[in-house]
Design a protein around this ligand. Structure first.
Ligand SMILES: *[C@@H]1O[C@H](CO)[C@@H](O)[C@H](O)[C@H]1NC(C)=O
Ligand SMILES: *[C@@H]1O[C@H](CO)[C@@H](O)[C@H](O)[C@H]1NC(C)=O
Length: 621
């Protein structure tokens, strides 16, 4: 992960990105709450272990201690991130680094030495938390490196202000006069910096992407300063006397600086949409992320998989297109399917109809357990017109936010939104978002093995939701050509995501080429293709996020063959077990479900892809 603001909010990012909702947006999944054990210091863990050495409920006490160790880390991290909240602060980076180092040492000294007592569950947990801590440490290291890139834009004025905010957090006494001087000096430095940026001075030293990240850093600092000022102002008479005057001009100086950076370094003219700014992480960056996701394939091999899958989709698309009388020109058939939308005002009922259809289907075929509350309590809301500009498709997760045109929209926006939310596209997205997709995941992961919530990965979250699209297809959930085209549209899209996101990060495609590919090979509207590419690279998503949908699904698909296909579990037991283990890279889930012991130096080894597809013809019904 190289993106700055992915990095600076690593912990938050992991949680908030958990549920991408539709192709086009995502929604925050709240991290399941775990209650911190009082005084859970490392030495306490050791003592507890001595006292309770008899295994309870089949889990050794060392494995239970490890569960607690992981749970403690998730809460410690939250506390540390709340307290050391300034993302560009060296104090923060040092404190987190120290924390992760301590935990890593403990993991080795306390838990690895008891490897034989851990059991498969404990082994998986050990490997997961080891990978997690390593990834956090690596990310801190890259933030240090990236702070260097931001220095030209921050060094001359920001450090004394960061210090003021940190003193406020620790409630350390300071002289109001010194604070006034710091603001005054920084204000002059900000003005000077803004004019030199306007004069074009920094153009050659600051990359577009660094400038883009600098804007977030400045805005973040501005909000910390506002909080800082409000903490003292009017409560401390000397503070008011010295600082008020200096403060009054300060926020507008920062806004000027942001405007200058945006216009002259990022290249966004005032009033324009966000430019598509991204920085390829390069081959090594992708390889490091693949290692973390426990995927034993090279980026090139994964692109090949994406291409093979795309070709399969295109063949199936052509069959469906021929059935509708459009011959090989499947894009025309797709255009026709887009016209099959409901009238204004009707979409909420369609969404409910489709949601119930999917639940009935998976229940009838005994595919997964959908508890009554999971089927009963999902709520429906309407998306605001402003939000629909960014998310033309509906959003889901815990509730479903329906995207459909309002009277205030232009004719072309109305048509675009209705076409994009036609019945057959919606049919897959409703169950992807709700049951048996994200809503059902959310139901289980907030109740089972919640401490594993920190191991969230798109390969599990998105992979599992998209996997349902694959196995429902195999079962014949899409019977008519229109239904097939609806499902294939998304499937092609997931295949294209593997290709365009990896090629971008390998420096093989530009953002513009990615947009063109989505339009020409995926049948997207240009506006939605642009939105997708912008989000993919602006730092909202980790480099493998977009590839995670289909690759994760292919892993689940292969695992199903191994376990259900060989009769070791019923389909329903298999799907329930996945949900009850909570999130993790799929190779780890595989070890758990197969009960296979792992070594502490486990390397990615599972070659899950064999390119096979089920013949759909024999599975109608
Ligand atoms: C408790 O465990 C620690 C570390 O495993 C060991 O050093 C210590 O002697 C043990 N104490 C007792 C009372 O067994
Ligand atoms: C799910 O909820 C719908 C609507 O409330 C209901 O009609 C349906 O029978 C429920 N299905 C299951 C399997 O619980």
């Amino acid at each position: 992960m190289r993106y700055f603001y992915v990095l600076i909010t690593l912990f938050i990012f992991c949680i908030s990105s958990s549920f991408e909702t539709n192709v086009d947006s995502k929604m925050v999944l709240k991290k399941p709450r775990v209650s911190p054990r009082d005084g859970a210091e490392p030495h306490v863990l050791l003592e507890t272990r001595n006292r309770t050495s008899t295994p309870k409920h089949g889990k050794s006490s060392i494995a239970e201690d490890l569960t607690q160790f992981i749970q403690d880390i998730s809460v410690d991290e939250r506390d540390l991130n709340d307290f050391y909240s300034i993302s560009i602060s060296p104090t923060r980076l040092r404190r987190l680094g120290e924390y992760y180092t301590e935990r890593q040492n403990e993991l080795v000294t306390v838990f690895r030495s008891s490897w034989d007592e851990l059991g498969v569950d404990g082994e998986v947990d050990w490997l997961l938390i080891r990978g997690y801590l390593k990834r956090q440490q690596d990310s801190l290291r890259s933030i240090w490196v990236q702070l260097k890139d931001l220095e030209p834009v921050l060094k001359s004025w920001a450090p004394p202000l960061v210090e003021l905010c940190e003193q406020r957090e620790e409630v350390i006494r300071f002289e109001a006069k010194d604070a006034a001087q710091a603001l005054s000096d920084s204000g002059r430095a900000v003005d000077a910096l803004a004019s030199s940026i306007r004069a074009g001075d920094l153009k050659s030293t600051v990359s577009e992407f660094a400038a883009y990240r600098a804007v977030s850093a400045v805005e973040e600092l501005q909000s910390h300063l506002t909080e800082w000022y409000g903490f003292y102002a009017t409560y401390d008479p000397m503070f008011d006397w010295w600082v008020k005057q200096e403060w009054q001009q300060f926020p507008s100086k920062l806004s000027e600086l942001v405007a200058a950076i945006n216009e002259h370094l990022v290249g966004i003219k005032p009033g324009e949409d966000d430019a598509i700014v991204g920085q390829p992480v390069g081959r090594d960056g992708i390889l490091a992320d693949l290692q973390a996701e426990i995927i034993p394939y090279s980026p090139e091999e994964l692109i090949k998989i994406g291409e093979t899958e795309y070709d399969w989709c295109e063949k199936e698309m052509i069959k469906a297109s021929q059935d509708l009388g459009y011959g090989k020109d499947w894009l025309k058939a797709l255009e026709y399917v887009k016209t099959l939308h409901v009238e204004p005002g009707e979409q909420i009922y369609l969404v409910h109809e489709l949601a119930n259809e999917a639940v009935e289907y998976v229940t009838k075929h005994d595919m997964v357990t959908i508890p009554r509350i999971a089927n009963e309590t999902w709520r429906t809301t309407m998306m605001s017109p402003a939000a629909q500009k960014v998310n033309p498709f509906f959003l889901g997760g815990t509730l479903i936010q329906v995207s459909y045109p309002t009277n205030s929209m232009s004719y072309s926006d109305k048509m675009m939104i209705m076409r994009g939310n036609n019945r057959y596209f919606s049919r897959s997205t409703v169950f992807h978002e709700m049951n048996p997709g994200h809503h059902l995941q959310y139901y289980y992961i907030s109740r089972y093995k919640t401490y594993r919530g920190m191991f969230t990965t798109p390969f599990w979250i998105e992979g599992n939701a998209f996997y349902w699209e694959m196995i429902l297809w195999d079962r014949g959930f899409a019977a008519t050509p229109e239904e097939k085209i609806g499902m294939l549209f998304w499937r092609m899209h997931r295949a294209l995501r593997i290709i365009f996101s990896l090629k971008f990060h390998l420096n093989l495609m530009t953002p513009q080429e990615c947009i063109d590919m989505l339009v020409e090979k995926g049948g997207h509207e240009r506006a939605t293709a642009e939105g997708e590419v912008r989000r993919s690279f602006n730092g909202d998503y980790s480099p493998l996020y977009q590839a995670g949908y289909m690759l994760g699904a292919l892993q689940f698909y292969a695992l199903r063959k191994e376990i259900v296909g060989r009769g070791s579990m019923t389909e329903r037991a298999f799907h329930d077990a996945i949900l009850k283990q909570n999130q993790m890279p799929i190779e780890m889930l595989r070890a758990l479900l197969k009960g296979e012991h792992l070594n502490w130096d486990h390397k990615p080894s599972w070659k899950f892809y064999d390119g096979s597809h089920k013949d759909t013809k024999s599975h109608r019904g």
